[in-house]
Design a protein around this ligand. Structure first.
Ligand SMILES: O=C(O)COP(=O)(O)O
Ligand SMILES: [Mg+2]
Length: 223
């Protein structure tokens, strides 16, 4: 078997490895309900994910009547997180073909890492609940190095690459945060058509796109 072109595969979490909108959306709506706002749809929520919890809540507030004062915002963040913690893996599942693709990449000698804008604690909690933690050599959240160093900054990608021993890395993600972070880290990036997009999917601007995890290893071999 020919040598695989990458040593390290970095994965975004929400909208890339796992379909989490069915748990994130109710948590957002729980928070909106605290101040009597109307609910946002799951479809709308999907476009609000990718920049971390604060950005998701901010976008949901903007979509339902506007921003709130700091004290209210803190209360709503608390309500959102409490709801999310209690339901973190109620309806969240790895995307079809995800686990098989991770198996295949590991069998081809790749080290695997998660680089998410979700905070590290809930990211680990979710991966634990889905029994996925052991598959990864590094797991970085949006707060691991400090929020200001979350994606689109390259820092968590670079840190994960270093933890994996360095080498040829590639990023797999679903939002402009992932594409920009990969560009800044100077690694190629594959986007997922099935994920959560903050811009129209064809404007993400990655190096390749997959519709399904079954395509991933082949697409990486062709980069
Ligand atoms: O928490 C979020 O908004 C997104 O997380 P992600 O970086 O795994 O897509
Ligand atoms: Mg994502």
């Amino acid at each position: 078997m020919s040598k695989f072109p990458f040593d390290i595969v970095l994965f975004d979490l929400d909208g890339t490895l796992v379909d989490s909108a069915r748990d994130l959306c109710p948590a957002v709506n729980h928070a909106l309900g605290v101040i009597g706002r109307s609910a946002v749809s799951e479809t709308a929520t999907r476009n609000m994910i990718g920049g971390g919890t604060d950005m998701m809540l901010t976008r949901a507030l903007e979509a339902t009547g506007g921003l709130v004062d700091d004290a209210t915002y803190r209360k709503l963040t608390q309500a959102l997180l409490e709801h999310y913690w209690a339901n973190i893996a109620s309806n969240t599942v790895p995307y079809a073909g995800c686990l098989a693709a991770l198996d295949l990449l590991a069998a081809r000698g790749c080290k695997l890492a998660v680089v998410t804008n979700k905070s590290e604690k809930p990211a680990r909690e979710l991966l634990d609940a889905l029994e996925m933690t052991d598959r990864f050599d590094a797991i970085y959240g949006g707060d691991t190095l400090g929020r200001e160093r979350a994606k689109p900054e390259p820092d968590i990608l670079n840190a994960a690459i270093a933890d994996c021993g360095g080498g040829r890395a590639v990023m797999i993600g679903d939002s402009t945060f992932d594409v920009r972070a990969a560009r800044a880290a100077q690694v190629p990036v594959v986007t997922c058509r099935y994920g959560y997009h903050d811009v129209p999917v064809d404007e993400l601007g990655g190096d390749a796109m997959i519709d399904h995890f079954d395509e991933l290893a082949g697409v990486l071999e062709g980069l």
